[in-house]
Design a protein around this ligand. Structure first.
Ligand code: DAH
Length: 371
């Protein structure tokens, strides 16, 4: 006869003992008779089923009916019993192999594995990393700085005096509500990575060689070649006797590493407040090889000129060193060069992408091409 839960006639210790013993023996007996998965399911259900399992019935019939003075003792007993029955049910496995694993637990190695896509570097990140690596191999370390910057670091210490017209070229996005602060402490979104030049020189004495990757913002409406958020890679080298020849040699080498050894570089005069002299550097068009033509068609990326503008650079203006003189940068003793380039623009050119917006829309069909 299958075990059924009987009401307890009395709650003496002996009666509880014998009822619990009978229950455990029944459970052991039934456990031994389990042969397959279906048996195991029934067995679990019969003993542990929430609605009408034997443990639930014991709870209802033995505990709830217990006279007040016996409740505590009966509670302890029933808890012991529950623990034991749970053990018996949980320990029960069906058709165990040598390792003790049930059919359900055994691994079927013929099944296809789970595919976990691991993603890929974004083309702008990839370009940045490649360029940073080239400068690291020349002994440069990586420096970074805040995206929300003060007027002092973004402009003043880079030799843009207050109200100087050169500030207009930067299309700055200012943080609201800053008028209460002194002008140099007012916050803005940095328009270039150049402020990290100052921040790093304040912390580290010369000689210094740093490369600075980072995000910058400008008030440019988005179109195929502009984005209000974009990325730059800045460089700064300071030592005694650094010349324009060092600048040219370093950048020419970096461009040959990045675009291939056949590219040539060309330096043309320009203006930046923080460098004197300043230049724009062009590389010979790596798409048309400098001819300005692709077969019988004009070469679009270089606008048929055979040259592509890549970056701004120059010799650090002594006025900039004046701002960090106390950190060891005496303009009479040290000299240096600096450069800054747009990582997004270089990625556009390198990968032949015709719309910068594609970099920031997060469309996986576009991004998957770099996976
Ligand atoms: N900060 C400049 C810009 O965003 C780029 C630049 C030009 C950086 C010349 C430099 C430099 O360090 O020497 O337009």
């Amino acid at each position: 006869m299958a075990y059924t839960v009987q009401r307890l006639a009395d709650y003496s210790e002996a009666a509880l003992e014998s009822a619990a013993g009978e229950c455990i023996r029944a459970c052991e007996g039934e456990a031994a008779a389990v042969r397959d998965e279906a048996d195991l399911k029934d067995f679990r259900n019969r003993w542990l089923g929430r609605k009408n399992g034997i443990l639930t019935q014991i709870n209802d019939q033995w505990l709830k009916d217990a006279p007040k003075e016996a409740k505590r003792e009966a509670g302890i007993r029933v808890n012991e019993l529950k623990a034991r029955i749970n053990e018996l049910v949980e320990a029960k496995k069906v058709g165990g192999d040598e390792s003790g694993a049930s059919a359900a637990e055994r691994v079927d190695i013929s099944l296809p594995g789970l595919h976990r896509p691991i993603g890929a570097e974004h083309p702008v990140v990839k370009t940045t990393n490649e360029l940073v690596r080239i400068f690291q191999k020349l002994g440069y370390s990586v420096a970074e700085g805040p995206v929300i910057e003060t007027d002092y670091y973004n402009f003043e210490a880079l030799n843009f005096p207050p109200n100087h017209p050169a500030r207009d070229t930067q299309d700055t996005l200012f943080i609201a509500g800053q008028q209460v602060k002194p002008p140099r402490e007012r916050l803005l979104l940095r328009t270039h990575t150049s402020p990290v030049q100052i921040r790093t020189m304040e912390k580290m004495p010369p000689p210094l060689r740093i490369v600075i990757p980072g995000t910058v913002h400008r008030n440019d409406p988005p179109d195929a070649s502009h984005s209000p958020m974009f990325h730059q890679i800045e460089g700064l080298c300071v030592d005694t006797n650094i010349t324009f020849g060092d600048l040219k040699g370093t950048l020419d080498h970096a461009m040959k590493e990045f675009f291939g050894s056949s590219v040539k570089t060309s330096f043309r005069p320009s203006f930046f407040p923080f460098t004197e002299p300043s230049a724009e550097m062009y590389v010979s068009c790596f798409i048309c090889g400098g001819s300005g033509r692709r077969g019988s068609d004009p070469c679009r990326p270089c606008k048929q000129t055979g040259w592509i503008e890549i970056l701004g650079c120059g010799m650090v203006d002594p006025n900039v060193f004046e701002f960090v003189k106390d950190s060891g940068y005496d303009p009479k003793r040290v000299s240096g060069f600096a450069f800054g380039m747009g990582a997004d623009r270089i990625a556009l050119l390198k990968y032949g992408v015709d719309d910068i917006q594609l970099f920031f829309q997060g469309d996986v069909r576009f991004l998957r091409q770099w996976a």
